[in-house]
Design a protein around this ligand. Sequence first.
Ligand code: GAR
Length: 199
Amino acid sequence: MLKARIAVLVSGGGTNLQALLNARNTVLQSGDIVLVVSNNPDAYALQRAAAAGVKSAVVRKKDGNFEERLAAVLEENKIDLIILAGFMTILSAGFTARFRDRIINVHPSLIPSFCGQGYYGLKVHEEALAYGVKVTGATVHLVNEIPDGGRILLQKAVDVLDGDTPEILQKRVMEQAEWILLPRAAEMMSREIIGKENL
Ligand code: GAR
């Protein structure tokens, strides 16, 4: 295998998807982003995929058999690595076991702070500010049956500053941590996958 085949799963704006697309052939050399899957047909991330010439698919929860249809589209496209990039859905133990050690997620805090069920998007930053931490950050980790509980791959700290709002802090964490860590982790995992295939 020359490159690992990557699917990026999204639900919203897709700035992390954009960071991955921008890293193609620089930071991300060992993986090819061949598919973007959204559970939300209106996600702006789908427009980013189209602009980058990457195939996309929409799998909606309300159409039923969500995980079965998601797994089918991933298997049809022979995906080696699944990247959750702002994918606002918790995957079941059955699904994560089916793709064991092949799913990574970016979370906008330093796990184990401000993580687990119910902590997603802006809510994570609201909670960090409410607690009064002076340092937060981002984590990229493997996905298992425990929400935000899989092995940590990369983390980066980001300062919380006086006057921060959740929106301001979210933007700083994205710029200084998420958009840097996610392409690096994608490359790490892709390299490992290619290495295993070529043994
Ligand atoms: C990102 O901050 C990501 O870390 C977070 O949602 C945002 C998606 O932004 N994910 C979670 O909270 C998952 N628990 P994006 O669509 O612009 O990449």
